[in-house]
Design a protein around this ligand. Structure first.
Ligand code: SAM
Ligand code: SF4
Length: 349
């Protein structure tokens, strides 16, 4: 844009801010103790709000960090104050022998909590191994309770039965808490919000409704089918009283509620209607070794090159903390704030 106008939703140029000595914190005083690690950009589903149906240009094998490289990064960041990691993707269970990575991360004394985000399609066959390897907690994406809708949203017919088997296996091997992530879309699943919420009366599940976020490839869905979390909560309040409660664990972006006497909770994640960046505690590591201070925007630091040359990464981690932006700049109907991202599968969501 040569006119001097600011592009709608475009993030401002990065500025470096001084960061405190001591455990990792950014230039706005936010303690950063949590890393989301994407282990692959590939996925066995094609959720309509995430990945284009034809897929994306995949990373080449040699571009992807090995488990040993991921361990080295987490170990060094652990010495700087990292305490929790989440394994994500793409779909993390499509990467071979994921429990081997979990075992490596478990050996790092600084890491107190290891969780996994999955679509659960392959979970039934891996739940036991993952639990034994040391995964503490699971987030499962589930956008509908109706098989035909799961097929339509995921664009991979037949996945529903596998996902339900995966959830059953997760409960059987003792994962707790289990969080369900549901991206709410008008005309696709917004009429199931009450059914999802009712599950929390009987099962110790934490159902989180997520507002769909715009990326380069999803504007028709993220704009045309957007449902604000306030509307979701109104629907749920119409079937029962909701009280604000503390979340199941960790200081995530969700705000939680519960029905009186319920064993689970209902949460909303509101990236579009209510910005929660002031409590952001995380950074992201992409499958090809880029450390991102924010989910959105184009800021990232290459760790892979220096790591493969045997250089320390702590100065690069500090640099990334110094440029961590105050907030995201997403605007509904525009891809500008997503900073060139085509899909959240590229960075792990
Ligand atoms: N494949 C795994 C899964 O689906 O759980 C992990 C990766 S996925 C990118 C992580 C989370 O991001 C999922 O809960 C998914 O629903 C969410 N997600 C993906 N694209 C999104 C979007 N455009 N807006 C909101 N949430 C999105
Ligand atoms: Fe795959 Fe997860 Fe994206 Fe769905 S949300 S396409 S399961 S990466």
């Amino acid at each position: 844009m040569g006119s001097g106008l600011v592009q709608l939703g475009a993030p401002p140029a990065p500025t470096e801010r001084p960061i405190p000595d001591g455990p990792m914190a950014d230039g706005f005083g936010r303690r950063v103790e949590y890393l989301r690690i994407s282990v692959t950009d590939k996925c066995n589903l094609r959720c309509v709000y995430c990945m284009p149906e034809e897929g994306l240009p995949w990373l080449r094998r040699e571009e992807i960090l090995s488990y040993e490289e991921i361990e080295r990064i987490v170990r060094e960041m652990g010495e700087m104050g990292l305490r929790r990691v989440r394994i994500t993707g793409g779909e993390p269970l499509v990467r071979r022998d994921l429990p081997a990575l979990v075992r490596r991360l478990r050996r790092i004394p600084a890491i107190e909590d290891i969780s996994l985000s999955t679509n659960a399609v392959l979970l039934a066959g891996h739940a036991d191994d993952l639990r034994r390897a040391g995964i503490d907690r699971l987030n499962v994406s589930l956008d509908s309770l109706r098989p035909e809708r799961i097929d339509a949203i995921s664009r991979r017919p037949g996945s529903a039965a596998r996902i339900f088997a995966g959830l059953e296996a997760a409960e059987r091997v003792g994962f707790a808490p289990i969080k369900l992530n549901c991206v709410v879309m008008r005309g696709r699943n917004e009429d199931e919000v009450e059914d999802f919420a009712r599950i929390t009366l009987e099962r110790p599940w934490h159902v989180r409704f997520i507002e769909v976020m715009p990326t380069g490839d999803n504007l028709p869905v993220s704009d045309g089918e957007y449902v604000p979390a306030g509307e979701v909560l109104d629907r749920i309040r119409a079937i029962g009283e909701l009280r604000p409660v503390r979340g199941p664990m960790g200081n995530g972006p969700a705000t939680y509620f519960a029905f009186p006497g319920a064993v689970g909770t209902v949460g909303v994640i509101t990236p579009m209607s209510h910005n929660y960046c002031d409590r952001c505690n995380r950074m992201r590591l992409t499958a090809n070794g880029q450390l991102r201070p924010c989910l959105f925007g184009d800021l990232q630091t290459d760790l892979r090159g220096p790591l493969r040359r045997g250089e320390p990464i702590s100065p690069l981690v500090k640099r990334t903390l110094r440029i961590k932006p105050e907030r995201h700049h997403l605007v509904r109907g525009s891809a500008a704030g997503s900073g060139g991202l085509r899909a959240l599968s590229e960075v792990g969501g």
